[in-house]
Design a binder for this molecule. Structure first.
Ligand code: NAI
Length: 359
């Protein structure tokens, strides 16, 4: 049985004498720092010299260099982008952690896939909100809370669980519920959502859009029908609020009959096999190995360029202009340079597949 922690499981008093450093004052950092401070805890911020630092000072926090904040604290939250955690950890954090202190992550990626190896004499804790930073703050203030996945990788002090629960309560997640997983499971679920569900959903959306546009419907109407109206966002919210199937009641009888009767025609899509394959690559660490490979960063640049050249981008740009909506510069992605293209020669066949797919 999965363990789910709730409000009564956390005792914030346990942390009253502790200094908590929030490293990084971005999406999660700001929200979690404000929530923990409002929960009565002693919060300092560790940040590089940038606009986030200015915001932390404006919000009234004592702000230090990352290294200094780590040295001063009993508990530190590492809330900087996953891409920079490794180098910042190596250079600023690793050698400055106090024995018996706790290091808290908001994503299982770096620990789950063993991309960093912290010292043995600390606790390693995960509190990963299933919520963007703004929502972490809003749902703390309105008292509703938000779901999180939590984990303990290392329990050096013997009371890592109590520390985790007190912090989770202070952040506001226990109001809704925190589910105990491992770091690796949290990372795998996150990656699967991005790599399995996301692209499959995107494909279905695009197929629907192109079917309608090819059939002669005005692109403006098609994009509004398919996503720009926000109607789907409401449907998604209703799925969460009352249930995946129950929300069907909000749609007309005609809509319900049409969806259920036509749904059976999609039963033979090879989705499950592909999903399982994607999940296995994540679980076996093949994805992480691929992403950590140097050439992948270049490959990423090129396939992102292909992706921004998709037909939907020019359609959408035109539609947004006609609907007098703001235009964004995603359409102007830079192509790789000649030298970069030479480096990509070794994977040219694979790249051709991407080019064809996105054409
Ligand atoms: P963010 O992109 O908002 O981080 C900005 C912060 O990182 C700033 O304080 C900035 O000064 C610092 N930073 C950026 N580059 C740096 C560098 N090279 N060296 C030192 N500091 C640097 O990060 P975000 O989105 O809040 O993510 C933080 C953690 O939370 C990540 O592990 C992420 O996976 C996790 N997470 C994020 C969610 C979200 O809503 N964005 C949701 C759940 C978890």
């Amino acid at each position: 049985m999965v363990e789910i922690f709730r409000e009564s499981d956390g005792n914030i008093a346990l942390l009253k004498t502790k200094i908590i450093a929030i490293i990084g004052y971005g999406n999660q950092g700001r929200a979690q720092a404000l929530n923990l401070r409002d929960s009565g805890l002693d919060i300092i911020i560790g940040n590089i010299d940038d606009d986030y630092k200015k915001l932390a000072i404006k919000d009234g926090f004592p702000v230090y260099e990352i290294k200094e904040a780590i040295i001063k604290s009993d508990i530190s939250f590492l809330l900087i982008p996953d891409e920079v955690i490794r180098s910042v950890f190596r250079e600023e954090i690793q050698n400055n952690l106090k024995p018996n202190s706790s290091l808290v992550f908001a994503s299982g990626y770096t620990i789950g896939f063993k991309l960093i190896s912290p010292p043995q004499n600390i606790n390693i804790i995960l509190i990963a909100p299933r919520m963007i930073g703004v929502g972490v703050r809003e749902n703390f203030l309105n008292g509703q809370g938000f779901f999180s996945f939590v984990a303990i990788e290392q329990d050096y002090t013997g009371n890592a669980r109590e520390i985790l629960l007190a912090l989770a309560k202070g952040i506001g997640t226990l109001k809704k519920g925190a589910i105990l997983l491992s770091f690796k499971q949290e990372a795998e679920l996150d990656l699967f959502n991005e790599q399995g569900f996301g692209p499959a959903f995107g494909r279905v959306l695009l197929s629907s859009i192109y079917t309608l546009i090819d059939a002669g419907y005005p692109p403006e109407a098609v994009l509004i029908e398919m996503y720009m109206s926000n109607e789907m966002a409401y449907t998604y919210k209703k799925m969460a609020d009352i249930g995946l199937i129950k929300q069907v009641d909000f749609h007309s009888q005609t809509s319900q009959y049409g969806a259920i009767s036509r749904g059976i025609r999609f039963r033979k899509l090879p989705l499950k096999n592909k999903m399982e394959q994607i999940l296995k690559e994540i679980q076996d660490g093949d994805f992480t190995k691929e992403w950590e490979n140097k050439i992948t960063k270049l490959k990423f640049k090129l396939i992102k360029y292909f992706a921004t050249k998709q037909k939907i981008n020019s359609i959408e740009r035109e539609v947004r202009k006609n609907l007098q909506l703001k235009l964004y510069d995603i359409y102007e992605e830079e192509p790789p340079t000649k030298e970069e293209m030479v480096k990509l020669q070794s994977i040219s066949e694979e790249l051709n597949l991407f080019r064809q797919y996105y054409e």
